[in-house]
Design a protein around this ligand. Structure first.
Ligand SMILES: Cc1cc2nc3c(=O)[nH]c(=O)nc-3n(C[C@H](O)[C@H](O)[C@H](O)COP(=O)(O)OP(=O)(O)OC[C@H]3O[C@@H](n4cnc5c(N)ncnc54)[C@H](O)[C@@H]3O)c2cc1C
Length: 381
């Protein structure tokens, strides 16, 4: 068993950490307050390779392995979770679906633009009436006169309004269940394709979440992504990697909660001593640090399995479940450690507390992760 990172993995973690320290954290707070997408900051991720993290070098990407990618998501999310989720949806979902299942022509057309950051990517599976039960999706794609005509909508889509390219999952063959679902790649500007107004959210205010809307959207036949009828199967494979990255995002959020708490505990005094000297608070920090380390190990193990080409769905679900619940717990304790200061926007733990909640919901809720884990253990799959 080897717990050492390679030189490349160490390097990518360092670059992400330095970027997060210099460009994220307090620098993103004003965007969060204004519910504004930080275009100028996200633009800087492209030249550093973070927007083509998993894209092979021949298509302009950084060609990272999953361990390196998970480390970079963790570090960027430690700096700011809005930037973390922006990068996650772009890489894990949109770009990865094209890289994994696109034709050679589609890869050459879309990947270099996504990897450079010329355009951001979105990925639409969830619908107003189909979230956890994704196979119940209703968005319809019909082949007419050599074009696919899409009708319906997608809900809660990250990068929907700021993105230029979207992978969309739609029903092509009603009556065939999950085998009647296909994927498409759409560009902004296609007739009948638009994004809704960004939602006002509990947290992640500096990230973009909106509807994708299809009103007789005309999509060229060549934009079918992967084989007809395989869209749902491919989407589930995309989610496997996506869950690992969402786990990494949760680890980053949890680590940030601890880091800010440690700083505060050393500064704040009560009863003639610093908070750091209170046994009760020491215990909280010790427990949290231990749980974050477990979450990190689960995440890196899932990433390692993915890198080895081994089945990772079970490990990814465990990592995502544990890391997201750890993030929420760490954020809650961090607010507690800050007392009243933790409840006001001036201190970063207030934002971290709001941001953490998404990790228990997005990319499959905790209940769905438990379902995935239990089905494997009980051999129900
Ligand atoms: C900020 C944000 C960003 C997102 N980004 C994207 C994106 O980029 N692309 C995308 O496609 N989607 C995205 N989503 C959607 C997200 O994946 C869904 O919200 C999530 O999968 C849950 O689906 P739902 O909201 O429909 O909840 P529901 O499925 O309606 O679930 C409601 C509740 O019922 C529980 N539940 C449902 N089924 C079961 C079951 N079988 N057993 C036990 N409990 C169950 C759930 O756990 C939950 O507690 C995003 C969501 C948010 C909030």
């Amino acid at each position: 068993m080897d717990f050492e990172l390679t030189d490349d993995q160490e390097r990518i973690r360092r670059v992400a950490r330095e970027f997060a320290d210099a460009e994220l954290g307090n620098a993103i707070a004003p965007y969060d307050e204004r519910h504004e997408f930080p275009h100028s900051v996200v633009r800087k991720l492209g030249p550093l390779g973070f927007l083509g993290a998993l894209v092979p070098e021949e298509y302009g990407g950084a060609g990272l392995d999953y361990v390196g990618y998970a480390l970079s998501v963790e570090e960027l999310s430690r700096g700011d979770a809005s930037v973390g989720i922006t990068m996650w949806a772009h890489n894990s979902l949109c770009t990865n679906h094209i890289a994994g299942f696109g034709s050679e022509a589609q890869k050459r057309t879309y990947l270099p633009r996504l990897a450079s950051g010329e355009v951001l990517g979105a990925w639409g599976l969830t619908e107003p009436g189909a979230g956890s039960d994704a196979a119940a999706l209703q968005t319809r794609a019909e082949l007419r006169g050599g074009e696919w005509i899409l009708n319906g909508s997608k809900a809660f889509i990250t990068n929907a309004s700021v993105g230029g390219i979207a992978v969309v999952i739609a029903r092509t063959d009603p009556g065939k269940g999950s085998r009647g679902i296909s994927a498409f790649v759409l560009e902004k500007g296609l007739p009948g394709f638009s994004a809704g107004k960004p939602y006002r959210k509990l947290g992640l205010h500096a990230s973009d979440t909106a509807e994708l809307i299809f009103e007789d959207a005309r999509v060229p036949a060549a934009n079918l992504l992967g084989e007809r009828g395989m869209g749902f199967v491919h989407a589930m494979q995309v989610l496997e990697g996506g869950r690992i990255a969402m786990a990494a995002m949760a680890v980053g959020i949890a680590q940030a909660a601890i880091d800010h708490s440690v700083t505060y505990m050393k500064q704040r005094t009560a009863f003639g001593q610093t908070l750091a000297e209170f046994n009760g608070l020491q215990g909280m920090i010790a427990d949290l640090a231990t749980e974050v380390e477990v979450a990190r190990l689960l995440t890196l193990r899932a990433a390692y399995l993915k890198d080895q080409g081994r089945p990772a769905m079970h490990a990814a679900a465990m990592a995502k479940l544990f890391a997201s619940e750890t993030a929420m717990k760490a954020a809650t304790k961090a607010v507690q450690i800050h007392g009243g200061a933790g409840y006001i926007t001036e201190f970063p733990v207030e934002r971290i507390f709001r941001d953490a909640k998404l990790t228990e919901i997005g990319e499959g809720t905790s209940e769905i992760q438990r379902l995935v884990i239990a089905r494997t253990i009980l051999q129900l799959v």
